[in-house]
Design a protein around this ligand. Structure first.
Ligand code: AKG
Ligand code: FE2
Length: 347
């Protein structure tokens, strides 16, 4: 463990005590379990996903895909055209989607919530290149991205061991008690929006994380402040799952019923080669009220990127170039090109 990080509290002792689990998550804003998920199932999932990742060219070709040894000349991330090309292949894997329904996780979420639950179909795999740290997921609250309701729980788990240097998740225990969505601002990192905790008087920025081992699982609600640590390894790809769960009957935002945006896919494409229909469109049999996505957070981040770019901000340039490349005809791309033209910098 690095000096600046403290060690997550392990809650395996409370696994059979729902009242204690609820007390802890209400108080500390997270529950962390060693091997909540079956390591062998996760290892099998890792092999399947890493094999596909090697196939799309992001791993060195002559090594065991299980080891996740990245070809760092292929560095890319969410929002990049190149990322979509590879991520879409991983996103189609049936095994990846089935993992959100594993009873080890759904049973635990149900125990914590005390009500029947539903996994969001909008699952996310994070495929993180080494030595690409300015794109690391910044400090944020999940509500800004996933919306719906504050009780929604995120379950984050590495697919394989994830020691500190590989860049697992870090949290500020108790930070959910701010009890509201904090202001988020432009960030180059995944999700594109960050809270500046140093400026939030109510938050004492004391970060906790751990050397995650395969099967370890971190569960937290939508207002919990968290971030990813940088992947400081020489050549290893970080692979993890972040899945979300809501109580049946609670509000869900419409985009959480769609595939994760960076995949660029529709459900028909995701499902095209699946063996089973069991988990296809499963949410349609639940009666969760759906709310429209609030676009204002993303719009604000984009407006800030334009403004920062006008001032010569390098990271804002990277962001705007990414937008131009992935969707050149979009209004956002047009705005971005105008800013580059205005300041005389090549787009
Ligand atoms: O894995 C990451 O980089 C980000 C994950 C995250 O923010 C989450 O699980 O909510
Ligand atoms: Fe998050």
């Amino acid at each position: 463990m690095s000096d600046a990080l403290r060690e997550l509290r392990v809650s395996n002792d409370a696994i059979s005590d729902p009242a204690e689990l609820r007390r802890r998550i209400a108080d500390e804003g997270y529950l962390f379990f060693k091997q909540l998920q079956n390591p062998d199932k996760l290892r099998e999932l890792r092999r399947e996903m890493m094999t596909m990742i090697q196939h799309v060219g992001w791993l060195v070709p002559d090594a065991d895909p299980y080891d996740g040894i990245a070809d760092i000349s292929k560095q890319c991330t969410e929002g990049d055209l190149e990322y979509t090309a590879g991520y879409r292949e991983v996103y189609k894997l049936e095994a990846f989607h089935r993992a959100a329904h594993w009873p080890e996780v759904t049973g635990m979420i149900e125990k914590i919530m005390g009500r029947p639950i539903m996994p969001h179909p909008h699952q996310i795999a994070r495929i993180w290149f080494p030595k690409y740290t300015e794109h690391t997921t910044p400090t944020h609250q999940d509500f800004v991205h996933f919306q719906g309701n504050f009780e929604t729980l995120t379950s984050w788990a590495p697919i394989g061991d994830c020691p500190i240097e590989l860049g697992g998740l870090a949290i500020i225990p108790g930070s959910h008690k701010v009890n509201r969505l904090l202001d988020h601002h432009f960030s180059l990192g995944a999700g594109g929006l960050a809270v500046n905790v140093e400026k939030e008087e109510e938050i004492e920025p004391i970060w906790y994380s751990t050397d995650y081992e395969v099967g370890d699982t971190l569960i937290f609600p939508a207002l919990m402040i968290h971030k990813a640590l940088p992947n400081n390894t020489e050549d290893r790809l970080r692979l993890s799952l972040d899945n979300r769960y809501l109580a049946v009957g609670d509000l869900i935002a419409e985009h959480m019923l769609e595939p994760h945006g960076p995949s660029g896919l529709q459900w028909e494409e995701v499902y095209a080669d699946w063996q089973s229909v069991e988990y296809q469109y499963y949410w349609q049999s639940y009666d969760n009220p759906v709310v429209a996505r609030d676009m204002s957070y993303g719009e604000r981040g984009f407006a800030e990127a334009l403004e920062l770019a006008r001032g010569g901000h390098e990271q804002a340039f990277i962001k705007l170039r990414r937008i131009i490349k992935i969707d050149p005809d979009s209004p956002a791309a047009q705005d971005a090109r105008e800013v580059f033209a205005e300041i005389g910098v090549p787009a």
